[in-house]
Design a protein around this ligand. Structure first.
Ligand code: GEK
Length: 243
């Protein structure tokens, strides 16, 4: 797996973070070493797909990057007539994912379409499962409710949404401690202090985290009947919401 050394060099260090070819090339390594609980989120998406995806429905992987969640759904869907629509607005991600998909021999019963588009501009319909795995955090806060409403409106009754996000804690002392524990997690995964602080600066205003409470309230306002976290590891959380 190519190693993420993007913030070791000075050149890219000063610019805001973007999902370009340099990032796409090292992306699995980056997520694995930066997001506590990332592997668990992908595993659970597979498990939930086998439970929730009903026959002749659609699944959406919004902000799919290289399609880890799509692959987990594809391998685990048991019902017939299902289609996965994977969407990302970064050309570098979509192109790479299409190449990965071309070599994939997993579950031929499940059709996968990869679209290069902003997730705010796609239609969602007949969905039994929707995944927003660390993607909503990149939309402007003011546009998040409309996005979730569109998802809820496009889902069948009893459908599931997985929403994984970086969050902030409401208690400033706990927040400080969690930020520190996350940095320690990254140092354990061989990122230097300089790389950690450069990445933090690059993500400023690009990734805007909110509290768990704000996410749960918004999900209910958007039309989800049930919502609750199933995973939390430091300041990273994954929420399960039922339409
Ligand atoms: C995984 N879900 O491996 N429209 C479409 N795509 C977007 C938008 C948008 N408005 N904003 C950001 N993205 C993946 C990991 S990464 C998480 C998701 C991270 C895309 C962006 O191009 C990137 O590929 C993805 O959302 C976020 O389970 O990098 O922390």
């Amino acid at each position: 797996m190519p190693k993420d050394e993007i913030y070791r060099a000075g050149a890219v260090a000063e610019r805001p973070f973007e999902f370009n070819e340099t990032v796409a090339a090292v992306f699995p390594d980056m997520l694995q070493r930066s997001i506590p609980g990332y592997a668990a989120s992908i595993e659970a998406i597979g498990q939930l797909a086998s439970r929730f995806v009903s026959a002749d429905t659609q699944c959406y992987d919004l902000g799919c990057s290289l399609g880890a969640a799509t692959m987990a759904m594809r391998q685990n869907i048991v019902n017939k007539g299902c289609r996965i629509i994977a969407v990302d607005n970064a050309e570098a991600m979509v192109e790479r994912f299409k190449r990965i998909l071309a070599d994939d021999r997993g579950n031929p019963d499940v059709d996968v379409s990869v679209l290069q588009s902003d997730i705010r501009h796609i239609d969602i319909s007949g969905a039994s499962m929707v995944v927003l795995n660390y993607t909503l955090q990149f939309l402007p806060v003011a546009e998040r409710l409309a996005m979730l409403q569109k998802i809820a409106d496009g889902m069948i009754d009893g459908g599931v949404l997985i929403l994984s996000e970086k969050i902030v804690d409401e208690d400033p002392l706990i927040e400080q401690m969690l930020v520190d524990l996350h940095h320690q997690f990254k140092r354990r995964n061989a990122y230097s202090d300089l790389e950690i602080s450069r990445k933090r600066a690059a993500l400023e205003n690009v990734l805007v985290p909110e509290t768990l409470r704000a996410h749960l309230e918004r999900l209910r306002n958007a039309g989800f009947r049930h919502a609750g976290p199933w995973l939390r590891y430091f300041n990273f959380v994954s929420i399960l919401a039922i339409r």
